[in-house]
Design a protein around this ligand. Structure first.
Ligand code: SAH
Ligand code: SF4
Ligand code: F3S
Length: 460
């Protein structure tokens, strides 16, 4: 693994300044998971570092970057659609540069498709090429030719990238990159490279800085945070890292994702129970409730082990809530497999579920499995899944009426004059309050619920 530190590229900044007639603007759009969103924030930071301003309208942009996700086919199609829509802009502004980066750009067939069918795309770069972006832009200008090679796998950790965060009170903090788990349906290990952890000192320094800057919620990111620390010079585990961060004084809360059940330990659960800064919510993706399918998925746990963990957490952490990812229609999923998933969902009682119909990813082992179930059947299973989930979630939110809770106010609510606040347990409450409260803590009295949303009023 390469350990690198970002340095300002003055030559590139000068070349870019000379190329544009007026100070240039960049439009950066990220798709996919929080890791990708965090990468997008770094891309914006790096672009600002070499003289770009930022804009949120493609029509004003001199540089358009799509930071893409490859996890499902639908995500890829959206990107091609959005890239396709830019052709006209390129005709209007000859200095406009268009780039595709992120997980899609790590795949040879995608780069090939861009090369063949999207002649107005200028460059592609990979998930760990953000530090090289200024040099690439400068070279694109100097040589005047497109830069469309599949990015080499670098397996690097680049520290001290400039960052332009999207929020002033909630921050993403990656603790590791890549994934070594190779779940058979999943493209992530192929596009994100091998698992590598950041040094605890680097994480702690960034964490401290965020707390000093007034960030109230910090979410630690990794595809499998529970395997944090492997391969470090002085290995520490994820629970130890949490304990280290929780020593930083301040009024903040910590969330993390994603916890892989195969590596979630009792020690982790004890830590969540013990540390006040840790939110009492665990995102623990189960994917399926069928042991047969869990094996086919290469998940390395079975339903009994998963349920043990859930029971232990319920016992140790009063009020804990769970969320999960579920894949419906994995190749060969039978009615019996699916029924087992419904049983598991009822037994755990998830507050939130992120549900996906299986999407075939070229190059993954599951893509070779026979998949006789029709899309219509899969969609019908999805409906049943969502109904099962709603039964629990709606009853659970309704049961919260009467309590007074502290929330972090996140955004304007859907109804005029209201805001949304997130509880420690990850539920959201809508209540009347001025938008000036966004980014602040508030005490809210819960009066009722509408479906999965809590409704309340600001406590005196
Ligand atoms: N590392 C995380 C998840 C990353 S991808 C974890 O292991 O939980 C986010 C979710 O996308 C996965 O949990 C899975 O539910 C879903 N997913 C991944 N590949 C998929 C595919 N090929 N089709 C449908 N859903 C998929
Ligand atoms: Fe994909 Fe599995 Fe890695 Fe999650 S743990 S990113 S689902 S391979
Ligand atoms: Fe998508 Fe890449 Fe994240 S494939 S889910 S953006 S790691």
């Amino acid at each position: 693994m390469e350990k690198l530190t970002y340095t300002h590229n003055d030559a590139a900044a000068k070349a870019l300044a000379a190329f544009y007639e007026t100070p240039p603007l960049a439009y950066v759009r990220s798709y996919g998971c929080q890791q990708n969103v965090n990468d997008g924030e770094k891309i914006k930071g790096v672009l600002q570092d070499v003289g770009y301003g930022l804009c949120d309208n493609v029509e004003h942009a001199d540089l358009i970057l799509f930071n893409t996700c490859a996890v499902r086919e639908h995500a890829e199609q959206r990107v091609f659609g959005n890239v396709g829509a830019l052709k006209k802009l390129k005709e209007q502004n000859p200095r406009l540069m268009i780039g595709v980066c992120g997980c899609m750009a790590q795949q040879e067939h995608i780069v090939e498709k861009l090369r063949q069918s999207y002649p107005y795309v200028d460059l592609v770069f990979g998930v760990d090429g953000i530090d090289r972006l200024p040099a690439m832009l400068a070279e694109r200008i100097r040589k005047g030719k497109r830069y469309l090679e599949k990015p080499a796998e670098r397996n690097a950790v680049v520290e001290e990238l400039p960052i332009r965060r999207d929020s002033g009170f909630r921050a993403w903090l990656p603790i590791m990159y890549g994934c070594d788990n190779f779940c058979t349906y999943c493209i992530v290990p192929y596009v994100r490279g091998r698992e590598r952890s950041r040094e605890p000192a680097a994480i702690l320094a960034e964490f401290r800085q965020l707390v000093e800057q007034g960030y109230k919620e910090i979410t630690l990111l990794g595809q499998n945070v529970n395997s944090y620390g492997k391969g470090l010079e002085h290995p520490i585990d994820f629970a130890d890292l949490l304990n280290l961060l929780c020593e930083v004084p301040g009024d903040y809360q910590i969330r993390f994702m994603t916890s892989h059940p195969k590596d979630a330990s009792r020690k982790l659960i004890d830590t969540i129970a013990a540390q006040e800064h840790l939110c009492k919510h665990i995102h623990l993706p189960v994917q399926s409730g069928s042991d047969r399918l869990l094996k086919e998925m290469n998940r390395h746990y079975n339903v009994a082990q998963y349920m043990d963990l859930i029971r232990y957490a319920k016992e140790k952490i009063p009020g804990v809530t769970f969320s999960s990812d579920i894949i419906v229609g994995f190749p060969g999923e039978t009615e019996e497999d699916f029924a087992a998933t419904l049983d598991l969902i009822r037994e755990v009682g998830y507050m939130q579920l992120f549900t996906f119909i299986y999407s075939k990813r070229a190059g993954t082992p599951a893509a070779k499995l026979p998949d006789p179930t029709t899309h219509a059947e899969k969609a019908a299973r999805m409906d049943r899944l969502l109904k099962t989930q709603e039964e629990f979630a709606f009853a659970a939110t309704a049961a919260m009426a009467g309590r007074t809770v502290r929330v972090l106010v996140e955004a304007a609510g859907r109804n005029e004059g209201t805001v949304n606040g997130r509880l420690d347990n990850n539920l959201v409450v809508e209540f009347k309050a001025p938008e000036s409260l966004i980014g602040q803590w508030a005490d809210v009295h819960i009066t009722g619920s509408r479906a999965a949303l809590l409704v309340g009023e600001l406590a005196e």
